[in-house]
Structure formats: C-alpha cells, structure tokens
Design a protein around this ligand. Structure first.
Ligand code: UDP
Length: 322
C-alpha cells in the first residue's frame, strides 16, 4: 500500500511512518516542518520506501498530487500543543480547518480512505468521566483561545463524517488522548518532555497550577499499534475511536516520578497559570478515556505503565536510568 502521512515529520506522524515502513508500505510524508523536524525522519529517508515533501497541507495542488498517488491518507498535520494554541489562535484554527478541508476534498475525488487525527480536547471540560465517543462535548467560551483548538478539531470531525455520509468517503476518526514517547518536544507546552528535560538538567520542575489536575499518558508506540489495527479492520471505517491509556496520574505525582527517575536533583516548584500561559488559557481538572469501544474493535488497548513510559522518554532524551 502507498500511504500519505500529513504531518509525517511530527511526533506521532514520524512514529507512525516508522511502523508503516517496517510493515512494508511505501510512505509519502508531507510536512511544513513548523512543529515537525527532519531529525524525526532522517533515519527513514535512506529507505527506498519513504519520501519526504516539504509543504503545507493547505496547498491544494500539492495535496491533490500526493493524495492521487496514495491508497490511504493519514491526516495528522495540525497545529498542536496548548502553548502554541493560546499564542497563535489564528494560525491554529486556519491550519486545522483549512488543512482538513483540502485533504478531504482531494480524497473524495477518488474515494481514498482518510484516517483523521483528532484529539481528546474535543471533549472540552466534560465532567462525566471517563469520556466516551458518544458523550456531549462541553467547550469553554470563545473568549478563551484554548477552546478554539477543540472547536477546530470538532469541525474537522463533523466535516469528515459529512463526507462519509454524503459522498460515501471512507473515513476513520481517532481521538488521541495525552500521547507521549520518543521524539516529543516540550517546545509547545507538553508536560512530560518538559519535566524530563528539567529533571535531567537538574533544573526546577515546573508544575502549573495546583498540580492536582489529572491525566492519563499513553505511549506513542501503543497509539500507533491501535491506529494500524483500526485501519486493518474495515468495519471500523466511518467511526470515531478514543485512543489512549487509562492509567491516571496527577501532575504533582508525575513531577515526583520524573524527579526520582532522573536522579532526584531537581526541586518541584508550582507556577501560577497566569505566569505559565498567555491570556486565554483555562486548564481542565481530569481527563480519562473510555477505551472499551477501541478494545472491542481491535482486541487491544494501551497499557504501558507511566513509570515505564517515563524511563523510555528519559532514555530518548539522553539520560541514564537511575
Ligand atoms: N503542565 C505543567 N508544567 C509544564 C507543562 C504542562 O504542569 O511545564 C501541565 C498543564 O498545565 C496540564 C498538564 O500538565 O495541566 C498536561 O499538559 P499538556 O500540555 O502536556 O497536555 P494537555 O492535557 O493540557 O493537553
């Protein structure tokens, strides 16, 4: 099979590309390197079955050419990371909505499967835990930029499902929950690579807010495994799936874990949200996925422990295990 991976030089995109190449597929990667990096895919460019094209997902003629060549499109190109989103809301909304429009239009011409990366952000600050696919979405006000990301990805989902319904386009929507692992950068606000870098450098580990907020961190390799299995089972097409871990941890506990595993030289400090983020930020207290639909479909769900994931991220960022 020939796969087009938009955002293929990014964190999840490059890990997915590794897997597709290893499985014997030919991969075309489209990335504008805005948040992705060549170093994520350098090792793949020698392989005869991986091809990189520098470009933006809103470029209709380039996307059209690449989609025509592919059997399946993995659409991962998007503006991500809470920090980036609250600092660049215009860029976020335009890239996410326009990019998906261009990809879906091109795919619809020849009925190519589009695997659309979405996010747990679409649940907003829903209070019914765990979040399951048919739950109502509870977004914050439009005056808070953070929710513009959630809303843009929700529009992407509506649009993909509209193409499925009206044009019989095969689509598969995957809501990634907090996903971590090798190659993720902390530059756009993601907590785990930030903490690990701080821990390895013996710097203060910066917990935002009270640190009582809770998340579940899933390993990227298991997220990719879920994607591959979902695509293989054709009865999943046309549906939405949560993909993530259900091991819950508070950010305070995560800070302690990272501090201990990186040698215990850091202090854990609390930073008020107003100092940590630009205006328009609002955090959410708890996020846990319901992955029963995923498990029923593919007989698999991410289970790697947070401690093991932390150790793998430490190894990736150059530290030795204590
Ligand atoms: N966070 C933190 N310190 C950091 C970066 C993030 O305490 O240096 C917090 C952030 O405020 C949030 C949690 O860690 O409560 C997860 O943040 P991330 O941006 O990784 O993902 P989110 O779940 O917010 O999409």
């Amino acid at each position: 099979m020939i796969a087009l991976v938009t955002g293929g030089a990014g964190f999840i995109g490059s890990n997915l590309s590794d897997r597709l190449v290893a499985d014997g597929h030919e991969v075309w990667c489209l990335d504008d390197l805005s948040t992705g990096a060549m170093q994520n895919i350098d090792h793949l460019t020698d392989s005869g079955s991986f091809h990189f094209r520098l470009g933006n997902v809103t470029d209709e003629s380039l996307v059209g050419e690449l989609v025509d060549r592919a059997d399946v499109v993995y659409h991962l190109a998007a503006a991500v990371g809470v920090k980036l989103i609250v600092e660049n809301p215009t860029h976020t909304i335009e890239t996410n909505v326009r990019g998906s429009e261009v990809v879906l239009q091109a795919a619809a011409k020849k009925g190519k499967l589009v695997v659309m990366a979405s996010t747990s952000e679409v649940y907003g600050k829903g209070v019914k835990i765990p979040y399951s696919e048919e739950d109502d979405l509870l977004l914050g006000p439009t005056t808070k930029a953070r929710w513009g990301y959630a809303c843009s990805k929700a529009i992407d989902e509506y649009l993909a499902l509209a193409y499925a319904r009206e044009r019989e386009l095969p689509v598969l929507i995957i809501r990634f929950f907090n996903t971590v692992g090798p190659r993720q950068t902390g530059r756009y606000g993601m907590v785990l690579p930030t903490f690990v870098r701080q821990g390895l450098a013996g710097e203060d580990i910066t917990v935002y807010g009270s640190g009582e907020q809770r998340r579940c961190f899933g390993y990227v390799g298991e997220a990719v495994e879920s994607v591959v299995r979902l695509v293989d089972r054709r009865d999943t097409w046309g549906q939405v799936y949560n993909v993530g871990s259900t091991h819950e941890i508070s950010i305070n506990e995560l800070a302690e874990l990272v501090c201990e595993r990186t040698g215990g030289r850091s202090r854990i400090v609390h930073v008020p949200y107003e100092e940590a983020y630009a205006e328009g930020f609002e955090d959410l207290g708890r996020r846990v996925p319901d992955v029963s639909k995923l498990e029923r479909a593919i007989g698999f769900r991410p289970t790697l422990s947070t401690a093991e994931i932390v150790d793998r991220v430490i190894a990736d960022l150059g530290g030795d295990r204590p």
